[in-house]
Design a protein around this ligand. Sequence first.
Ligand SMILES: [Zn+2]
Length: 138
Amino acid sequence: MNTYNPTLASHFALLLGKREAELRAMLGAGAAYESQAPEAQGREVLDFKDIAVEDTQAVVDEAKAEQATEELEQVVAARRRMRDGSYGECQDCGEAIDVRRLVALPGTAFCAACQQIHEHQLERAQPLRRTTPHGRYA
Ligand SMILES: [Zn+2]
């Protein structure tokens, strides 16, 4: 396995800087988009289909913005670890993280194995959604 080592630091420092700029631009653009209130677009007639589409779009944008905010936090924390010299180490088990994983997710703080454990814990913490009303006792 090709794991992270400090000789790759300058490459990943660049990658993190680029990702941070991208995410900040994305979040900034989102805020600008929101400031364009529907009234300002000079539209007088709205049918229900338009409203439904706009609602869906707003939910998608909100989810995207939330994801971008989360990733930005990870990237900022990763840059801090870069300065500490602990970048590329799993924050759980301390093993060096696979380089391919860092290329895909430069802000990640965990190796693939520890990430999986975290995701399983999150799944278990969420209420079950698969039960149907028919499956419950009346
Ligand atoms: Zn780990």
